[in-house]
Design a protein around this ligand. Structure first.
Ligand code: SF4
Length: 610
């Protein structure tokens, strides 16, 4: 296949200088993503040069600063308080206890003492100083995990329904996620050269370390060719996820490519027939730029399991060739799909694979399962899903406002996990809702596992969590360089207030999902679900409503430009109106989708939409 990286199928190299965003030029000149990273690492500085910041992303790291210190440091004539965010690539969110314990240690040695579970089933560190970045990545690789291509203009962490229940484990979603991730990983050996002295882990070492077949460990198959990506990689990031039929826990319609399994039989006899593909989803947008907007993926084709890598590769290369390389805000594949249409896209894929693809079968989702609580595995052991508020694993004094029967106890989740994993060696799965599944627990150990967690203030009965279990926030301020305002730091208190309203109205057990982000990039997928709260500027948000519980339909702006102090006052009448006027069991999002926004109580605000 000819390399035609660029816009409209034309190569950027053919189009000549001056075409393409500055990031495109950095990629072209990077010599396989090397750039001058090695030299920069050797320099005694606190931060990377601008061109290297872009390449660093392909190796898993973003340069950030503590923005809460920005003004004071500037006034004192000091440079920003730079540090690095470092993200792992963990397909399907699966890792073992030994690996987790190494990450836990690294969080103290080099990070800010916390681990953060991401909405794409990965883990990231915050607060790593430039001088410690090499050692951190090196040690991560020694435990057979990797940060390669966790960020950057390539395929990102592949998501998969994480629950190892009787049927789902047999289907092997995590293994498939790993195969896709390895197939689409950059082939350049620059990662090994820079971060692990050119050493590569051998398959023998993998086996000796008892690494699971689906581990994300570094591999031995690197070359200098990039047969899938070419010299300019992709126009922007690319996201793939695999869903169990009926359960949209991975938010399939937010993916560039979503694979929805089609199965036959039940339990251990369940077998995988194929996948319905949806393509062209994506969450990000830019305020004030109408050409950017969230889009839900569209049905594309039906494929057999054997066709998966071939068809995925063809889709990726269409985006490689036709994605917008001149405007990064318009560069995701969702715009190619939206502007050229599914028929055009399908023809292009079929031309590349040399045959036609059947249309997708009927796709239906009945629920979004967060997999919390106890569930039996196929081998007779058990897994326990525990909630991790906003994915942040740390030891804190619990805020006094938390609705929680153990509210006097400190929440020592990080210490509790360390104790538990050292003792029981459970394997782990990170969920797309930033929670954790503790797996492989023997029947006889269940009571003790609960005891250890409860002694550390961790809630093991998800029904005690109320709507906290459905809430998600991105990191936002003070670390994210793109954040316009807060999310993670403010959402828990807001959720407490919403729960108080539900309790007061006799609806304390209702399901209501609230997702909050500090900017419109939408990392916590706020445009899906009942209520999305998206930062516009400092302490100012847009409130989106009208999505469905199953996350198949986008919500829309209902209340633009709401001050943070007015968020709960704006939501309260909308919640009251819903509970008063809904049909039986009608969710918040479905109610407003049915009756429209004219019925919203705050007409003055609501009239500003559309
Ligand atoms: Fe940062 Fe915006 Fe993503 Fe939040 S949504 S983590 S503020 S880029």
């Amino acid at each position: 296949m000819p390399e035609t990286n660029g816009t409209n199928g034309k190569t950027l190299l053919d189009l000549g200088p001056g075409v393409g965003s500055s990031v495109e030029k950095i990629k072209i000149e990077s010599r396989g993503l090397r750039g001058h990273l090695a030299e920069e690492l050797a320099r005694d500085t606190t931060h990377f040069a601008e061109s290297e910041i872009q390449l660093l992303k392909f190796h898993g790291s973003y340069q950030q600063e503590d923005r809460s210190q920005r003004q004071a440091r500037k006034a004192a004539g000091l440079e920003p308080a730079y540090s690095m965010m470092l993200r792992l690539r963990i397909p399907g969110g699966a890792l073992n206890a030994q690996q987790y314990l190494v990450l836990d240690k690294l969080a103290d040695t080099y990070g800010n003492g916390t681990l953060r579970l991401t909405t794409r089933q990965s883990i990231q560190f915050h607060g790593i100083l430039k001088g410690n970045l090499w050692a951190t990545i090196h040690e991560i690789n020694e435990t057979l995990l990797s940060t390669r291509s966790a960020c950057g203009d390539v395929n990102r962490n592949v998501m998969a329904c994480p629950a190892p229940t009787v049927s789902r484990a047999a289907i092997g979603f995590t293994a498939l996620a790993d195969h896709i991730a390895r197939h689409l990983a950059p082939r350049s050996s620059s990662y090994y050269e820079i971060w692990i002295d050119g050493e590569r882990i051998t398959e023998k070492q993998l086996a000796e370390n008892n690494a699971k077949l689906d581990s994300t460990a570094v591999r031995i198959d690197s070359t200098e060719d990039e047969p899938i990506y070419g010299k300019t990689y992709l126009p922007r990031k690319f996201k793939i996820g695999i869903a169990y039929p009926g359960d949209n826990c991975i938010d399939i319609y937010t993916q560039d490519i979503g694979l929805i399994a089609e199965l036959r039989g039940e339990g251990e006899k369940e077998e995988l027939l194929g996948f319905n593909l949806v393509i062209g989803g994506g969450m990000g947008m830019t305020h004030g730029k109408a050409e950017t907007h969230p889009i839900a993926a569209l049905p594309f084709a039906y494929i057999t399991p054997d066709e998966a890598l071939e068809v995925i590769t063809a889709i990726v290369t269409v985006q490689r060739d036709y994605g917008d390389r001149t405007n990064r805000k318009h560069a995701r594949m969702k715009y190619v799909v939206e502007e050229r249409g599914i028929p055009w896209f399908k023809e292009e894929v079929e031309r590349r694979i040399g045959r036609q693809l059947p249309d997708p079968h009927d796709i239906r989702f009945e629920d979004v399962c967060d997999h919390l609580g106890w569930h039996e595995q196929p081998d007779g052991r058990w897994f326990l899903g525990i909630s991790v508020e906003n994915g942040r694993i740390h030891d804190i004094e619990r805020p006094a406002s938390t609705n929680h029967s153990d509210e006097q106890r400190p929440l020592a989740l990080r210490s509790g996990l360390r104790t538990l994993l050292s003792q029981y060696g459970c394997s782990l799965r990170i969920t797309p809702q930033q929670n954790l599944l503790l797996c492989d627990i023997a029947e006889n150990d269940r009571a003790d596992v609960e005891r250890v967690l409860r002694e550390h203030g961790v809630i093991t009965d998800a029904t005690e969590l109320g709507i906290h279990r459905y809430a998600m926030a991105c990191p936002a301020l003070p670390t994210c360089g793109l954040a316009l305002t807060d999310a993670e730091r403010t959402l828990p208190a807001l959720i407490d207030q919403v729960q108080d309203i539900l309790n007061e109205l006799g609806a304390g057990d209702e399901r209501l999902s609230v997702r909050m982000t500090g900017c419109p990039n939408g990392c916590a997928r706020p445009y899906m679900g009942d209520i999305g709260i998206v930062g516009r500027s400092l302490n100012l948000y847009d409130i989106f409503i009208g999505g469905d519980w199953e996350n198949t339909r986008l919500n829309r702006v209902a209340f633009p430009k709401v001050k943070s102090a007015d968020l709960i006052g704006t939501l309260r009448p909308a919640i009251e109106n819903w509970l008063r006027g809904r049909n039986a069991h009608e969710t918040f999002g479905d109610y407003y989708h049915r009756i429209g926004f004219d019925a919203l109580p705050n007409q003055a605000v609501a009239s500003a939409l559309s």
